[in-house]
Every structure is written in C-alpha cells, then in structure tokens.
Design a protein around this ligand. Sequence first.
Ligand code: SF4
Length: 401
Amino acid sequence: MGETKVSIVKTTQNPGYAEIYEAVKKALDMIGGIGDIIRTGDLVLINPSWVAPPVEREAGCITIPEVPRAIADLVKDLGARPVIAESSAVGVNTEKVIEASGYRDLREMGYEVINLKKTPYVNMPTENGKIFDTVECWELVQQADVIISVPKLKTHDQTEMTCAIKNLKGLLTDKWKRLEHQEGLFESVIDLLTALKPKLAVVDAIVCQEGIGPVFGRPVEMDLILAGKDLVAVDSTCAQLIGYDPSETLLTVNAAARGLGVINPEEIEIIGEPLDSVKRRFLRAIEDDPVQVEDFHLIHGEVTCTGCRNTVMSALIDMRNADQLEFLSGVWVLTGGALLPDGVSRENVVTVGKCMPKESRTERHVKGCPPNNAYVVKAIIGDRAAVKRMYADDTLDKTES
Ligand code: SF4
C-alpha cells in the first residue's frame, strides 16, 4: 500500500447540508486534512461543475451547491478566502445555471460565487505541454493560491468518464475549450492540469450519471463523497468505483504517464468505505440505447478510440432527439482512418476526426479530436435543416468549430 490516499464517505439518501458538511469534513480528515495545502490569507478557487442545465439535484448533472459550500466553510476556518468559480460549457449561459440552481442562494448567503465568463482572461504557461505551451484561463485562476476540483462523477460521451481532471476544463475560456477539442482533448486537458496544479479534489458522487453523460445521462444515486490530494489517484479510484479498469480512462492514463499522479490501484490507499462495498458498474455511453437506421453506415477504423466512437454515437442520439434521423439515410460516416468502400460516392461520406488521413478526408470532413458532436450532425445534415443544440443557447454558427 502506498502513500497516496483517497477517502470514500457514505451519506444517507438525499442528504441535507449538515450531513454533507460532515461527510466532506470526514473525507478531508481521512486524507490528513487541508491545513498542509491552505494557509491563512490564501485565495482558494473551488471549482464545481456547472457544465449545463439540467440543474436539478436529481438529474445528477452539476455539482450540487452543498459540496462546494462545505469546502468553503472549511477553508474559511483556516483564515483563507474561498471563491466558488466556474464557466459552463461552450454556448451555455453560466449565469442561468447559477440562477436556476442553489448557487444563487449561496450568493445571497454571502459566499463568493463567480461566473468566470464575465471576468478577464490571461494566458498561463503549461509545463512540458504536449499540445499547448500556454492555455487561456480566467484571471482569477491565475490569481488563486490553491485550486480545488469539485466534480460531479459521470460517464462521458467522449472521454468515458468525467471526474477530477476533466472537470478543470471549466477554468478555460470558451475559445480554449474549443481549441482543446480541435487539437486533441486527451493530451490538452493534461496540459491544462500541468498549468493549474490543483491541490485537492472533492468528488460529488451523491447523484451521478451513467450512459450518455455528461448532461443527459441517467441519474444514479450513489450517496458518496470522495476526496484526495492526487487527482490522478482520485480519478483512478472513481473509474473503479463505476466499473472501469483505470487503464480504460485515457485522461487518467495520460496524466499518470506524465508523472502527475498515481493510477495503479495497488499504490493507492483507500480509506473509509471499502471500494468493493460501494462500487457499481455504470452503463457506458456506448452501451446506452444505440441508434439504428436502415441505409446508414458507420465504419470505425483500426485506430478509432472511444473519443470518436462516442462522439458519433452521441451525435446520432442528438439527431434522434431532434427527430432528424431521416437525414441519415444514404450517409456513410468514417472515423479512425477507415477506408472508403468501393462504389460509394465521396459526396455521401462524412469523415470524422484528426486521425483520418488527409487524402481520405472528404468535403464533408469534421475536424477535431474528438470533434464537437454538433459539427458531426451539421456535416450529416448539411443545409437541409438546422442543427438543434441540446443544451446550449448559442446557435451553431456562433460556436466556432
Ligand atoms: S481523432 Fe483519433 S484520437 Fe482523436 S478522438 Fe478521434 S479516433 Fe480518437
């Protein structure tokens, strides 16, 4: 057993603030408290997930306000200044998420709750970045002495799971969130991790999501709080908690490969609830109600990873929800270097992702790694109808690819 600790604390069903405060405190005490990472006078940025509506607790989409509130109260006890701050997904109005959820109430109670999209931005250097030498973050992120990731644990339609590491993407500007998709999410999120150097993660695993997360997944009640100072170890543990081998969650793998934390379960000491007593296999995004349409052809190449597999599947589900499956007829979608079958006209082919060799890309190619779901839908539909964005306010035209 190694030095790296991750704590797991069970709550009752639908816990209130007092119980969540006690669970968070217990989870932090189990990993040695936070006195070693927070000093009097520090500015402590507490980063929940406000990815998009739905904001209701039972939907399991955003971090519920009680968890960052508990952390803020504990930070205040140390004489530091807690700020709860985040920017929602591209095209999503963060203020609406704050207004519709309990975060507005926190503001009224005197907590600092900041919509980062309304604040200035700066460039921050990465450390040995693989994709980016700098990342465009909000100024407050640069000013913070300590960053705490407070994710909601969910399956994810592009990265299998979203937890402590992926959650940090909310500290990027919208422009940079898009760039990360274009240039390669699985390494650029790790570049971001090297720039931010978060010191703690506290996971809201009270109501989680399985299937097509991270917004419209199926809620799963787990009633757990997890905490750890090594975000890779936290994500490795959460991956196991929901039925993955950590080697299946690429962000965790890539972070560990760069020496940013411990992924090996044998080197992580789990304190509190035994993992085996609380784990539950979550439905993976790829297993969730696949779309089948006659005369539509999807071919994944040898190198296609879960990023493009899940992205295309998610795009098809968006089309089904928007009642647009008719546009799939006669279309071929190729990913990961798949070869165009003989006799198929290029004009009927949508190629997807950075892995498609340049010579194989058609005029309907969708760039990105993995690309934004909405652009896959746009490439399929063309000008025949408008792309309906499931949770964003901005039109697709305003959301640059
Ligand atoms: S472009 Fe390639 S590496 Fe990137 S998500 Fe798609 S298949 Fe994976």
